[in-house]
Write a protein that binds this ligand. Structure first.
Ligand SMILES: Cc1cc2nc3c(=O)[nH]c(=O)nc-3n(C[C@H](O)[C@H](O)[C@H](O)COP(=O)(O)O)c2cc1C
Length: 486
């Protein structure tokens, strides 16, 4: 059992957090590289079941995944997954990947075990070979895989859990329960057009003893909530289901999803880029008053910005964009070269797209040719929902549960009772983001899903991380730029 040997080796707070970047951009290689330098490396927990099954079908030529699976206490599940998905020679390029089951409340034991295994693998590999700390990033908006992902990560001894894109009030309590070996529950968010229905809540549940008999107590990771305002931080500090150990406070220039501008509707109906203003500045005095450690995020990738954050009372900073294009990240080498060249030549544009993400949140997109930022690619790609991580549960007229995503084929969405206006401008983030890490699906129309690249406004200044005479840069180069030892 891995639990006791993986107790957190360090109780000191990190100065630098390498932000979780999905899907698979902050994979175990990047997190391990950062943790080895004494800072907090974070693996993305998003869509890990699909990442695992595709990596196995790509051959796992280095044997890393099979080594991690062999260390996992979920023995029967590891054997089944290996048997079902591993292609020793690697799957031929034109062959579609066999899919992981789509997330649902009733997805069943195979999906739950696969999801837990995938999180175990990612955290196990990130922690291997050093005694630094490793975190796991999850999004509140993607609820269905949360319990098995947290359980698998805790089996591998994860030190921190970081969660944003919503209000993760229930998660600290889940960590407490899993640490004691007790079952944990989450209430599934369900859209219901008929508020008079009085339907019972749908409970997601995972009992550790159903998976590992005789499990000893697990290390309870520290929980950091990712927020964009002190109001949410204060509410979480008071009302979460367990201890929130600190906060990452993210501004609107950050990569990935952003909070909508203060006062704007949460689900924009126009495709105009959101306009941020003084009301979106974080109230640092209010944040300090909460009296928990906090880290600032959103364009903090320099020694000066780190110093300003610390002067404002922050423990340190969280960076994403700077790490997204370093050699250890999951982004393909070709896309990194393309993004770095565009950044160096001043041609890289970072758009805050109001309508692209099915979540309804603003989402940063880079204008890289050949990716889904290119209108021609969007027109050519038939809408399809075959991964399903951003689907939301809804109640059918007969009371049963269905799942829909505003980026799926419009007719399907309407047939499920969805509002056609919701579908306008949406892109399939699941397929696009897997394309970014070289795991794009080969679709029946004979094309490979194109990438969709997200990053913050710092992407226009990547050249400053590249050592003289080099074409690219490492995670350690980023850390040194902040004046920290690496
Ligand atoms: C490629 C990319 C993917 C990201 N994905 C996630 C994610 O899955 N979950 C999350 O909480 N934050 C995500 N972020 C945000 C980062 O964790 C981090 O907070 C942010 O990048 C910090 O701002 P910066 O980009 O200006 O450094 C992502 C950022 C990037 C660049």
């Amino acid at each position: 059992m891995v639990s006791t040997s993986f107790l957190s080796p360090s109780s000191a707070w990190p100065t630098l957090i390498q932000g979780g970047m999905g899907i698979g951009v902050s994979d175990w290689k990047l997190a391990r590289a950062v943790s080895r330098c004494g800072q907090l490396g974070v693996v993305s927990g998003t869509a890990l079941a699909s990442v695992l099954v595709r990596r196995l079908q790509a051959g796992d030529l280095t044997g890393d995944i099979r080594r991690a699976l062999a260390a996992c206490p979920l023995r029967a599940e590891a054997e089944t997954v290996l048997h079902r998905y591993w292609c020793p020679e690697g799957r031929p390029d034109a062959t579609p990947y066999a899919a992981a089951p789509m997330p649902r409340h009733d997805a069943g034991r195979f999906w739950t075990g696969l999801t837990a295994l995938a999180a175990f693998v990612e955290v196990f590999l990130a922690k291997e070979g050093h005694d630094g700390v490793v975190g796991l990033n999850l999004l509140e908006k993607i609820q269905l895989p949360s319990l098995p992902t947290l359980f698998g990560a805790m089996l591998a001894g994860v030190d921190y859990v970081l969660m944003g894109a919503g209000i993760p009030r229930a998660i600290p309590g889940v960590l407490d329960r899993f640490a004691r070996g007790e079952p944990a529950m989450l209430e599934l968010y369900v859209e219901d057009d008929n508020p008079d229905r009085n339907a019972p809540p749908v409970e997601l549940r995972l009992d550790p003893s159903d998976w590992v008999p005789g499990l000893p107590p697990l290390h309870r990771p520290r929980f950091l909530a990712i927020v964009s305002s002190h109001v949410l931080a204060t509410s979480l500090a008071r009302k979460a289901s367990g201890r929130v150990d600190g906060f990452v406070v993210e501004g609107w220039t950050a990569g990935g999803h952003n909070a909508p501008p203060r006062g704007a509707p949460t689900n924009a109906t126009t495709s105009e880029a959101p306009v941020y203003g003084p009301r979106d500045e974080v109230d640092l005095a209010a944040l300090r008053a909460i009296d928990r450690p906090f880290w600032l995020a959103g364009s903090f990738a320099s020694a000066d910005r780190l110093a300003s954050a610390r002067a404002a009372g922050a423990q340190g900073v969280q960076l994403g964009t700077a790490f997204a294009f370093c050699t250890e990240s999951g982004v393909t080498a070709e896309l990194k070269t393309q993004v770095i060249a565009l950044s160096r030549s001043g041609q890289l544009r970072v758009e805050t797209a109001a309508r692209v993400s099915p979540t309804g949140l603003p989402f940063k997109v880079l204008n890289v040719p050949g990716t889904l930022a290119d209108p021609e690619q969007i027109v050519q790609r038939p809408r399809r929902c075959d991964l399903g991580y951003l689907r939301v549960a809804y109640r059918r007229p007969d009371g049963s549960l269905g799942y829909r995503c505003p980026a799926e084929p419009v007719d399907d969405y309407i047939a499920k009772g969805g509002d056609p206006a919701d579908t306008v401008g949406r892109l399939c983030l699941c397929n696009g983001l897997l394309g970014t890490i070289g795991l794009g699906q080969r679709q029946p129309e004979d094309f490979t899903e194109p990438a969709l690249i997200t990053a913050g406004v710092d992407a226009t200044e990547l050249a400053r991380f590249i050592p003289p005479g080099e074409a690219n840069y490492t995670a350690a180069d980023v850390i040194r730029q902040l004046g920290l030892p690496a």
